[in-house]
Design a protein around this ligand. Structure first.
Ligand SMILES: [Zn+2]
Length: 423
């Protein structure tokens, strides 16, 4: 009898824990590819195609995004009742491009893609975007019949290997590592770089204490030539993801324009977050919230810190706490509270780290020697010296050279995101 009761509870537990997902979705991915086009003043989304992918690694209970990070939200509603059954926030490379001088002069298109669990019934997929004033508007809508024979299943099958295996994907943060610029005879080098990524990653808190909440896998794909493009040196290599330094004119900004190509490779493994290891020693990298991250795997002494910094953008939506470095105009308008958890314009500081400030903290906090260890509200961050504030004198999201820890605000945001992914 005791055994029967136990069995009942075990069955009941499993049914309720993944019932939310399985009520509306199958455990595989529906990918919607589109083109994100426009200029500094306007943006449009154009449908490309639907693709079925074999895995779904996301939480089975946290179907609705409660973090609120990102410039866009993909929303899935039942076609017949309009009930919201899934949402996720994310940002894109186009969002950054549209703040560059080039976007004042020309239109441009970037290939983008969103993934949702595979719906059982007809749904409407929408993309909701924030404008410069921080207001939301629906920019795209597409009705999906999951039985349609036009949902593409063909894909390039690539080999996948475990780097860290902590348990079932639905209850873990699943990171997939992709190779860029590793030639056919460099498979073992990529595997050892994946191991080094894991070693570096778990050296920093709060990842060290949460090691058992992460799975890390690698996907192997060779490139014809070694290393990403370096346009400033007139180096153009034939590689599988076509990554390039000098993104938006910034030498160290290493990015990939074709996000759909990244998804093609990543879809071979169950994943929540994509990180690309670039086979180069040249300093650089980049990452965008819930989009992808990339950096140099062989920089002489900063490789691990660059991983940690970039992963902060990708995973927890953390903003850069430093001043200067990029050629953006009004990346954070000072009349709007940014959504990044570690930056504020003081427009709505109540929803940021105000509640955890030590009593008597002066706002803004002076950057004096005695304040340098204290949580505060320091002016300068988000690439500008005026009007944007950061929580700490230094942090891994600021200057990498003399720091080994995240500030308490970044730490809290990372822990919150680990919890969200593992419920
Ligand atoms: Zn920080």
């Amino acid at each position: 009898m005791k055994y029967m009761i136990c069995l009942f509870f075990v069955i009941f537990f499993f049914q309720t824990s993944n019932a939310q997902l399985l009520k509306y979705f199958e455990e595989k991915t529906l990918r919607l590819d589109y083109y994100h086009c426009g200029n500094a003043a306007a943006e449009q989304f154009f449908f490309d195609e639907l693709i079925e992918e074999p895995f779904w690694a996301g939480s089975e209970t946290k179907l609705i995004d409660t973090n609120g990070y990102g410039n866009h939200f993909v929303e899935v509603r039942l076609e017949d009742t309009g009930e919201l059954i899934f949402s996720r926030g994310y940002s894109t490379l186009f969002d950054e491009w549209k703040t560059t001088p080039q976007a004042q002069a020309t239109d441009c298109c970037y290939p983008e893609s969103v993934v949702i669990p595979f719906p059982r019934n007809k749904v409407v997929v929408s993309i909701i975007s924030r404008n410069k004033q921080g207001e939301f508007g629906k920019k795209f809508e597409y009705s999906v019949d999951p039985k349609s024979h036009f949902i593409k299943k063909e894909r390039e099958k690539l080999s996948v290997f475990d780097v860290v295996n902590s348990g079932p994907p639905a209850k873990k943060v699943d990171v997939v590592l992709l190779p860029e610029g590793y030639t056919i005879d460099q498979q073992e080098l990529f595997k050892s770089d994946c191991q080094k990524f894991a070693e570096e990653f778990f050296r920093y808190e709060p990842y060290t204490e949460n090691r058992d909440k992460f799975n890390i896998r690698g996907v192997w794909a060779p490139s014809k030539e070694e290393g990403p493009d370096i346009p400033g040196d007139r180096i153009w290599n034939e590689t599988c993801l076509n990554a390039s330094y000098y993104t938006f004119g910034s030498e160290r900004y290493l990015m990939v324009n074709d996000f759909q190509g990244i998804r093609d490779m990543a879809g071979n493994a169950p994943y929540d977050y994509i990180y690309i290891l670039a086979n180069t020693a040249k300093y650089g990298g980049g990452a965008i919230y819930n989009f992808y991250g990339i950096s140099a795997a062989h920089h002489i002494n900063e490789t691990g810190k660059i991983y940690i910094h970039e992963f902060g953008h990708l995973f927890a939506g953390l903003g850069d706490e430093y001043v200067g470095g990029v050629e953006y105009s009004e990346f954070y308008p000072t009349s709007v509270e940014p959504w990044e958890p570690n930056l504020t314009t003081l427009v709505n500081f109540d929803q940021k780290w105000k509640s955890i400030l030590p009593e008597g903290t002066v706002i803004p906090t002076n950057s004096t020697q005695k304040n340098q260890e204290k949580l505060g509200v320091y002016e300068g961050g988000g690439y500008v010296s005026k009007g944007v504030y950061r929580p700490a004198f230094n942090c891994l999201m600021n200057n990498l050279h003399n720091i080994d820890v995240f500030c308490p605000v970044c730490n809290k945001a990372i822990k919150g995101m680990i919890d969200f992914n593992c419920k």
